[in-house]
Ligand binder design. Structure first.
Ligand code: SAM
Length: 244
């Protein structure tokens, strides 16, 4: 039936698409996507041929209105290049307006790099805060980290390989002593998840420049970095034992 179907797609491994997502993509009248070549390739792999409509970060009011009119008449899927639409990807205004106009909106669960990294990192997962991409400029980046310093949750950021060194340097400066994890190339051949202090990870990636897509995670305040000796606790234990 007509409406908007938000469909998550794989983040690297083409096997990571649900049966329902495939069925939905097969059933819709059109697919709105960021890049028609990227989505064209995925649909080709699935053996599906559909009308593709570009809807990316540059989409304006008129593009949105055209899509909204279409989804009042037939089912329309929204996908992004990879993972879950709207999560650091286009679609927020489209979904908001569709809901305001009483258009049926449904969302299908699927791959998401932030949640996947959270499950893999070994960092506390009872509370986590997804904060998207850190700002590009050094001062703004440090300010953003400082603003989140007291949040009692694991912090999750999207990063890119060329910016990882700058991000780790900022974490080392603003949140020294926090355990950090770098989850890279998730679901792909060279998947890795590495943890340590920001200084340790900065040294590692200076020697081995990272490639590919990255999620950066930072432990909540008060967690002891992995592999680092908690001198305060040792001292306290020694002092307590030494008591007459
Ligand atoms: N909507 C996507 C999702 O649900 O994960 C995220 C889109 S955002 C524009 C792209 C960023 O997601 C990358 O810079 C990286 O931080 C992260 N990402 C996407 N795929 C990844 C992967 N396979 N491994 C690690 N991080 C990934």
């Amino acid at each position: 039936s007509p409406g908007l179907y938000i469909v998550a797609t794989p983040i690297g491994n083409l096997g990571d698409i649900t049966l329902r997502a495939v069925e939905t993509l097969r059933g819709v009248g059109a697919v709105a996507c960021e890049d028609t070549r990227v989505t064209g390739k995925l649909l080709h792999h699935l053996g599906i041929k559909k009308r593709l409509i570009r809807y990316d970060d540059h989409a304006g009011e008129a593009d949105r209105e055209r899509l909204l009119a279409l989804m009042e008449a037939e089912p329309v899927a929204l996908v992004s290049d990879a993972g879950t639409p709207l999560i650091s990807d286009p679609g927020y205004r489209l979904v908001r307006t569709a809901r305001e106009r009483g258009i049926a909106v449904t969302s299908l669960p699927g791959a998401n790099a932030a949640v996947l990294a959270m499950t893999l990192s070994g960092l506390p997962n009872d509370r986590f805060l997804f904060a998207g991409f850190l700002p590009n400029k050094a001062k703004a980046r440090e300010d953003a980290l400082a603003e989140l310093a007291a949040v009692p949750a694991t912090l999750v950021f999207y990063e890119t390989a060329p910016r990882l060194d700058a991000a780790l340097a900022a974490v080392a400066a603003v949140l020294p002593g926090r355990e950090v994890a770098v989850a890279r190339e998730l679901t792909k051949r060279f998947e890795e998840c590495r943890s340590g202090t920001p200084q340790e990870l900065a040294a590692h990636y200076a020697a081995h420049p990272p490639k590919g897509e990255i999620v950066l995670l930072i432990a909540p305040p008060g967690e002891t970095p992995a592999g680092e000796i908690d001198v305060d606790a040792l001292l306290l234990a020694a002092l307590t034992e030494a008591k007459p």
